[in-house]
Ligand binder design. Structure first.
Ligand SMILES: Nc1nc2c(c(=O)[nH]1)N[C@H]1C(S)=C(S)[C@@H](COP(=O)(O)OP(=O)(O)OC[C@H]3O[C@@H](n4cnc5c(=O)[nH]c(N)nc54)[C@H](O)[C@@H]3O)O[C@H]1N2
Ligand SMILES: Nc1nc2c(c(=O)[nH]1)N[C@H]1C(S)=C(S)[C@@H](COP(=O)(O)OP(=O)(O)OC[C@H]3O[C@@H](n4cnc5c(=O)[nH]c(N)nc54)[C@H](O)[C@@H]3O)O[C@H]1N2
Ligand code: SF4
Ligand SMILES: [Mo]
Length: 738
């Protein structure tokens, strides 16, 4: 008997349908059983009728009730009473908190202008309502600084779009029809596990699965082949594959002729990019590259699942662009089971004006900060402040220091934990420590970031509020209904911003809309025919609805690329206009240790049992990940005389962190790996790996460079005093500015 049947037969229990809010491509639909009498949720499981969820949640969200009822859930507003970062707070009433926050914001705006207020948020929840639904209205009305949400996927997204037009790709279920699957820069079994059953189905029908990754992840172990690659070199691998395919005439000449742009120029461009050229860059032998290219071009259908690992590098945008050319070159789009998926986001052309009410800006055009440069944005240094403005393309001007605008005096953080997840943690924390910075954090838990808040406001979890979810891995919109009442005094983000708006004197009717009214209006208001099947009634009844798209979904079988030319653009005029090379090119990572014996490349991809910095405080999940650590290859460990489990110092010019080392062949030599994203306060020295990640931008979209990092790894005692001083000097510099 299914769980649903069991509970439907039990009148003491009611079942509510909802959806997982987390930043994960799978956006599972779930069901929650609630004991009628106590109002307490007693069980949660994956929706059996949702074709991608297929009745299963991941090991993290299986523990969602433990997270919701966690002993450390924030259940009352808090006011800081100790030093910033010391986590000393007292409980206050909502009225006191809201009144005090509004008063301080008004004073800040009067003294420095509304741009001195900076919202800082990401995808702690991907819900359209508890994400930016009410928040964006609030900050638009205020005229606050805007935030470019670049921390995750921007470089790859841009690279994909220059080639393809929009982030549209294969439907998840169609991977079952592939005969070859390249999993490229993705740890699918960890971060996209609902794709895996379809991969397995393909294998049952004879498909081969190859994982291209610097780490032998659990996905690589489960695949047919692990192709270890040096971080940041995927662009070179894709160029060399194209060189082989074109020079051997293995491309689909008919598809190329009818549906692509710039083939001749591409053929000329890739001539020099032979496998022999790519071998030393990628660490993959020329022979193996040649074989992979041939296999990819001659196996039909061939699918690629590409994810964000490869684009957290200086050349990440171009790397994604290069990889994205491959399916069109071999005509993979023609058949079900062929093509590529980065994200399904481009299939959801939501009209968000009803949600965000941009008219509240009333003609103002606030400056936009790049969220990856939060450290710089929080300094008083005008040059750094100017540098922190969002300038995603080479043609975008960077303002001069005198045009940078006022320093940030108030920071409002929601759905994000920047003290743990943002690059250059030393700079971020220095900024958060500023006595003259007023910080408000909306949170479910006392995170690293909440420790620096002046006010912490307790937020509800997905079990306690309404929301609407747009996935980025599949094509099903989902509705989340609350299953239980808010815990303690916690409130949905939407309600917190509503109360703040009232206290600020914002009287527009959109601040009076209830959560359900807002969602219903948004769903009913979508005009694009792709949403014809996503009706409010279906969502209420079923909990999810697939976009009005044909099945099988073959978006580019006959061209129809949403690019300016309507073709897949090997040559892109838009790239040229934006200041880039219009053709696929080699853009190296900025962190290349070359033949250096002392520097190592450092990547910090997601830990299996965490979701970014979420779930790190859930006991059972923390126990599974044990403790923060650094994977080191035996060769690199031997060169440093390191022993398993010994605490090492990981450092570069930005900062340093101490981590126990784990000696393993599951990471390539020359690269170290720190599973992320641990709360800094759970680490031996109160820091995490983002001590050493830079604020610098990737080539496209001003994306983050989390995996484009050089570090020194040494025994704790052996770092020379002089080198340590030079690291310390970097921090001193920032403290002086802050
Ligand atoms: N070194 C390193 N750093 C990284 C990465 C990496 O790979 N390596 N990955 C990067 C990536 S890809 C991303 S996307 C970012 C993610 O960074 P974040 O967006 O910060 O990540 P999360 O941990 O998902 O969510 C942050 C917080 O949102 C809170 N939250 C969840 N739901 C709600 C809600 O309804 N209301 C409120 N008020 N709060 C809520 C959670 O409690 C959590 O503390 O991190 C980046 N940082
Ligand atoms: N369990 C779990 N699931 C998650 C998350 C999580 O933290 N935990 N995070 C969520 C978020 S925010 C995101 S953005 C998504 C996607 O998350 P992604 O960032 O795509 O994460 P992964 O799937 O781990 O894939 C990254 C893989 O790329 C590898 N890699 C690093 N550098 C390179 C490189 O230069 N080239 C290649 N080929 N590979 C490289 C890493 O070793 C890792 O295995 O996952 C989401 N799902
Ligand atoms: S985190 Fe991802 S896999 Fe886990 S329940 Fe949520 S959507 Fe599903
Ligand atoms: Mo992400």
């Amino acid at each position: 008997m299914s769980k649903l049947d069991k509970y439907l037969n039990d009148s003491s229990v009611r079942v509510t349908t909802g959806a997982c809010p987390h930043d994960c491509p799978d956006t599972c639909s779930w069901q929650v059983a609630v004991e009628q009498e106590s109002g307490r949720a007693i069980d949660i499981w994956g929706h059996e009728g949702q074709p991608v969820t297929q009745g299963r949640l991941c090991g993290k969200v299986d523990r969602y009730l433990e997270r919701t009822y966690h002993r450390e859930r924030l259940v009352t507003p808090l006011r800081r009473v100790g030093a910033k970062g010391s986590s000393a707070f007292v409980a206050v009433s909502w009225e006191e908190a809201i009144t005090a926050i509004a008063a301080r914001l008004k004073a800040t705006i009067a003294a420095h202008g509304a741009e001195a207020v900076l919202p800082y948020s990401y995808a702690g929840t991907m819900g359209l309502l508890q994400g930016e639904g009410m928040a964006m209205r609030f900050f638009n009305r205020m005229g606050a600084s805007d935030l470019a949400r670049t921390i995750c996927s921007e470089a790859g997204f841009e690279g994909y779009q220059y080639t393809m037009g929009r982030a549209i790709g294969m439907e998840t279920q169609d991977y079952a029809h592939a005969q070859l699957i390249l999993i490229w820069g993705s740890n699918t079994l960890t971060s996209n596990q609902h794709l895996w059953p379809f991969v397995q189905e393909a294998r049952k029908n004879g498909a081969r699965v190859v994982v291209i990754d610097p780490a032998r992840t659990r996905t690589a172990r489960a695949a047919d082949e692990w192709l270890p690659i040096r971080p940041g070199s995927d662009g070179a691998l894709a160029l060399a594959m194209m060189q082989v395919i074109i020079s051997e005439g293995l491309h689909d000449a008919e598809y190329v002729e009818r549906y692509t742009e710039g083939f001749e120029a591409l053929a000329e461009r890739v001539q020099g990019y032979t496998p022999e050229w790519a071998a030393p860059l990628t660490g993959i032998s020329a022979e193996r590259i040649r074989a992979l290219a041939r296999e990819y071009a001659t196996t039909r259908p061939a699918a690629i699942r590409v994810n964000y690992g490869m684009q957290r590098h200086a050349g990440g945008g171009m790397a994604m662009r290069n990889v994205t050319c491959l399916p069109a070159l071999v005509g993979a789009w023609r058949a079900q089971g062929g093509g590529i998926q980065l994200s399904s986001s481009g299939s959801f052309p939501f009209d968000r004006t009803m949600l965000y009410h941009p008219e509240l800006l009333a003609g103002r055009k606030p400056r936009t900060f790049n969220m990856n440069r939060l450290g710089d944005a929080l300094t008083h240094d005008a040059a750094r402040l100017a540098q922190a403005h969002h300038h995603p393309r080479p043609v975008d001007p960077i303002p001069a220091p005198e045009e940078a605008g006022p320093p940030v005096h108030a920071l409002i953080v929601y759905n994000c934990n920047p003290a743990a997840v943002a690059p250059d943690q030393g700079a971020v924390v220095t900024g958060l420590r500023r006595e003259d910075l007023f910080t408000v954090v909306l949170e479910q838990f006392q995170t690293d970031t909440a420790d620096y808040a002046d006010y912490v406001l307790p937020a509800t979890t997905q079990l306690e509020h309404w929301d609407l979810l747009k996935p980025y891995g599949h094509l099903f919109v989902a509705l989340n209904r609350p299953a239980i009442a808010p815990l303690g005094q916690s409130l949905p983000n939407s309600e917190i911003f509503r109360r703040l708006a009232t206290a600020m004197g914002y009287e527009e009717p959109c601040f009076q809309q209830s959560d359900v009214e807002l969602l219903e209006e948004f769903v009913r208001g979508q005009q694009n025919p792709v949403f014809a099947t996503v009706t409010w009634e279906t969502l209420l009844e079923q909990g999810f609805a697939r976009l009005n798209l044909p099945q099988p979904f073959l978006p580019f079988a006959e061209g129809n690329f949403p690019t300016p030319s309507g073709r897949c653009e090997f040559y892109s005029t838009r790239l040229a206009e934006d200041g880039y090379d219009p053709l696929p090119a080699w853009v190296p990572p900025s962190a290349d240790a070359g033949d250096s014996d002392s520097w190592l490349q450092c990547i910090s991809p997601p830990a299996h049992s965490f979701l970014n910095s979420t779930f790190v405080n859930v006991d059972r999940l923390q126990a599974r990940e044990k403790h923060p650590m650094l994977w080191v290859h035996p060769r690199d460990a031997a060169a440093r005389n390191l022993a398993e489990g010994e605490i090492v110092r990981v450092w570069n010019e930005l900062g340093e962190v101490e981590l126990p080392c784990h000696i393993t062949e599951e990471i390539i030599a020359g690269t170290v790996l720190a599973p992320g994203v641990w709360w800094a306060k759970f680490s031996p020295d109160g820091r995490n790996i983002n001590q050493v990640t830079p604020q610098d931008e990737a080539d496209m979209g001003a994306g983050a460079l989390f995996y484009d990092v050089l570090v020194r790894v040494e025994k704790r005692e052996s770092v020379g005093a002089e080198e340590r001083r030079s690291v310390g000097a970097g921090e001193q510099k920032r403290i002086a500015i802050g």
